[in-house]
Write a protein that binds this ligand. Sequence first.
Ligand code: ADP
Length: 300
Amino acid sequence: MSIVVSNISKFYNTQKALNSISFEIKQGEIVGFLGPNGAGKSTMMKILTTYLDPTEGTAIVNGFDTQSKSIDVKKSIGYLPEHNPLYLEMYVREYLEFNARIYKISKSRIEEVITLTGLTPEANKKINQLSKGYRQRVGLACALLHDPKVLILDEPTTGLDPNQLIEIRELIKSIGKEKTVFLSTHIMQEVEAMCDRVIIINEGEIVADKHLNEIADKKEQIIEVEFDYRIEEAFLLGLPNVKEVQNTHGFCYLIIFDTTKDMRSVVFDFAHDNKLKILQLARKNKNLESLFRELTNKNT
Ligand code: ADP
């Protein structure tokens, strides 16, 4: 196992940020740690990287206890913190050389990470001349310098434009072929794009831990419908095979059916019989978005 977290709780004075969290991550997995803002993601990342001690419980990273063997943990992980701290006045190669000298890393490794992270064309530029996407690459290059087995990335794609986002996702996915990656995000599309598995955290507790291919539930069918005026959910609950109805906003509803039979015509007939007009209707599969919404009770 690359990471074993057992019953971790963390209090900031009286504020409980994590409540008895446990999970394990195998070598080579790319795992997304997904939760709304304030859920406790950064706190968990800081504990795994030894920057914070838990109030209770233990975390073992690459076989080392984060509290009693913090130096060994630091040597075996690469960490990209949420606000990627860089020396903006330094040149890219100079910055990597500076970090490599601190950790006594060979010059040849610097060139390797420059190539690996796609920084070759920018290597002679000052960091403050780089776009946010390229600054993230510098942060990743730095985290990779000592060739760690585990990479811990706190919100690595926040603030990137759509093109930069795709490039950084691709880079993280390709790095993930060689290493264990644990990354936090509040954006579920990030998890779908990069990860094998998702751990969902809400208010300091783990509410789901699943492989992404487990999430698409073929037996469940979701119909999203918009009517021309508001109706009581109870009416929709009277439809055959209905499991759940949610009024998502305005006159829009998610109707979750417990059947594989296409229920769109049933919803059309319902609208017709009740003199409602359908403005939009779509059939969806259960996905990470519906699971996230269900478990964290938030529209994101
Ligand atoms: P996330 O990364 O998911 O947004 P955090 O781990 O930053 O969540 O925060 C979890 C909870 O702990 C939040 O309620 C936050 O306000 C609180 N918190 C985080 N850091 C501190 C701190 N240094 N002092 C007090 N409360 C904190």
